[in-house]
Design a binder for this molecule. Sequence first.
Ligand code: SF4
Length: 695
Amino acid sequence: MAGGYTGKTLRVDLTTGKITAEDTLAKYKDYIGGAGLGYKVLWDEVPAGTKAWDPANRLIFGVGPLSGTGAPCGGRVSVISLWPASQFELPAVGHMGGHWGPELKFAGWDSIIIQGKANAPSWISIQDNKVEIRDAKKLWGQGIFQATAAICADIGNDCHVAAIGQAGENLVRLSNVMNDRSHSAGGVGSVMGSKNLKAIGVKGTGALKISMDKNAWRDLVNGYLPLMGCNNQGVVPSTPQAWAEFSGSTRWTAQKGAFWGRATPPFDVGICPADDLNKMGLRTHKGIQDHGFEMGVKYTTRIGGCFGCPIRCHTAMDNPNLEQFGVSRFQTNTCNGISHGPGWYDPAPTGEKLMLLKQIGSALADDYGWWSDYGQSGRDFVYMKKKGLFEKYLPAKEYAAIPWKLWEAQSPEFSQWLYKTITYKEGELGQAFADGPEWMEKRYPEMKEAHIKEYELQSWKFGMAKHHSTEASGQVGALINLMRNAHAQNHTHSNFQGSGLPIALKKEIGAELFGTPDAVDNNNDVKPMNAGKARFAVLSMIYQDLHDSLTLCNWTQPIWASPVKERKYRGDPEAEAKFFSAVTGINKTRGDLELDGLRILTLFRALTMRFMNEADMRNKHDLIPEWAFTYPKDKEPFTSGHAKMDRADMEKAKDMFYEQLGYDAKTGAPTRALLEKLNMKSVADELESTKLLTV
Ligand code: SF4
């Protein structure tokens, strides 16, 4: 048995009640685990035409071979399914951190495949080998906090619980599954709801085997830690500090006076130099990152994180002002309420008012299990209000009943009204915002126009959120946002770009990674497309899928740059291959692993083609919004001061990107030659049989 794997994948059929174990490596070895395993399950088992809420859809909680091993930042879980928030219900992945994934491994399971639909509300109890489908009637209708507490009371406080709230139960498309109250995978909550599945509680008493000798493993980890920076792999502090050669715009917010002000007693994280590894978990004062210095210092209790993470980006806040609104003063999350609160109001609130709105938004959304899709819903709300679209589309009685006075006053009571309205899909407004921005494009044509043309709405294609797009490495960011079926969730490129190093150094490192210094531009100073940028984009996609399959945190890795001056700030691009080989005992070079990543990415592409029933990915799927091409009045293409794209150059970028992936440049689809090289002949055969393979 390879280390890192338990060898068993759990399958639960909620229709029949059948619970079985499958051999993970026999079926899924070529796809590593996590997201790769999930894509393979969808490919093998879910036919074209299936919709997200059909019992035939699968919901896969995919955990990879590095989770739970102690490999740094190996606490992640990929949740794979047909995506209800997508207007085409295409396959996508949500990600959650916390401790749930490692606990699943300690219970003896690599991943879980859920199929069918229970005939009554249920939850799954996993206590090592003992797996049961349990009655969840008393949990149904409860928020995530209550459901989690009830399951902990049942099977023990040392369990870890992934649950949905009322939003998932009510088939709100923008809903999430949340483990341990505040680690969420956005977008998939309603798939659990459609299967009548409230929660999965896991308790494991086992351990994982690491193939490498213990001393060598310790040396590997200890050699890697100094190369890690802060959250998002910023490798220099955000403020000038005596120990640091550089400073830059990073999340290394530790500095003198950066207190956790609500700790007892208040704790000053102070200066955290790169060579003091005992303080590396203090570098990222995420309260400051999320709320600004004054509010972050005032309300932060501590910074926590996922299993095996030395970096820590999970903020715990204590805001006593919340109690008057009937929610706990203690709130935790990775992006602590930043998607909730500020976006819903015009003008945006500031200071204490903003802090309160963010925290009440976090409290309500985390309990209802509602997901704002990176704050897009707030932006849509303000846009519709400004443009008179609520008057146009809402029944007059419903419009008149909206508590607009509370909205004008920016009152937390408006947030309470709004989140409940959306969670319970009350009225036209509740239904529209429950479905989310992608489906809103079908409902309101003006919103489609707005998403495509209005920069400030920051949507990418099909109404999905942009995620580190043109503003993060120009064409590279744009290419990354092309292929996914939900927000791109890719931090590979944006972390390197946002490392905080001077541009000359990034270009030097970029030349080693991507073949030319011209692969890397200064943000807002985009130069024409070249082969190095295509390589940068391809590797960014491959490493995202590798991290989601291994499962490692792509919010901080890969480590392409480092804080170590003696290494000329170089990181270790071989790290993933080293950790995979050490843990599993299956020796892979960096090139081998990148080929695995390309296989996983290409299966994802094949799935998109199947469920869209479309061969021409280039022109029907890989779309770029108009706003990306709209230059400011006084600027031209390729001049500094903006991150806008040039149309002809972007077509060239697509050509180069597809060519480097081994895809057909005309359609952006994989070729038979590539599929066969990747040991995916059966995928090529099926695509050909459905007339989706053209070359
Ligand atoms: S960096 Fe943040 S999201 Fe990533 S593993 Fe660490 S705590 Fe979790």
